[in-house]
Design a protein around this ligand. Structure first.
Ligand code: ZN
Length: 176
């Protein structure tokens, strides 16, 4: 298992369109494990392969408080089941410490393969519906701040730069 570096907004690699997974082989299974480890370490609830610079259609998610709700979505297709959109406050591991409201349909159908390559269809609502749409956006090179005003996008870029700088400081060796 390994922690994978997470790309940060506005890294252009986050704009790459993810390709379908051809086969759920050992390489993919290892990547899934590493993505879960990375997501849990960063205290996130969802992570798309795009965010760790692997541009394939793979999403991991866990909406539970105790790591008991691990879900894998491979080659997902998401269809809204309602027209009405509702606001939900979103954040993103690629846009650290930035949170804002995005409006999305809060009921969707998901068609995907699970972590073993088995197909499934599920109708979901609420947080899972919001989260899968946020992660699907990553696979399509879209980041949640794209929905915000230009001013908020520019503030988000400043904030991320600041947060990353702060993190770098903490990583510096202590010079005694
Ligand atoms: Zn995200």
């Amino acid at each position: 298992m390994a922690l994978l570096p997470i790309l940060s907004y506005p890294d252009p690699r986050l704009r790459t369109i993810a390709q379908p997974v051809k086969e759920v082989n050992d390489d993919i299974k290892t990547l899934i494990k590493d993505m879960f480890e990375t997501m849990y370490d960063a205290k996130g609830i969802g992570l798309a392969a795009s965010q760790v610079d692997r541009h394939i259609q793979l999403i991991v998610m866990d909406l539970s408080d105790d790591k008991s709700g691990a879900r894998v979505f491979i080659n997902p297709k998401v269809t809204p089941l309602v027209e009405e959109k509702q606001p939900y406050e979103e954040g993103c591991l690629s846009v650290p410490e930035v949170y804002d409201e995005v409006e999305r349909p809060n009921k969707v159908r998901i068609e995907a393969l699970d972590g073993k390559g088995k197909p499934f269809v599920e109708e979901v609502e609420g947080l899972l519906a919001v989260c899968i749409q946020h992660e699907m956006d990553h696979l399509n090179g879209v980041i949640f701040v794209d929905y915000l005003s230009r001013l908020k996008q520019s503030r988000a870029r400043d904030k991320v730069r600041k947060v990353l700088k702060q993190r770098d400081k903490h990583l510096e060796p202590v010079k005694a």
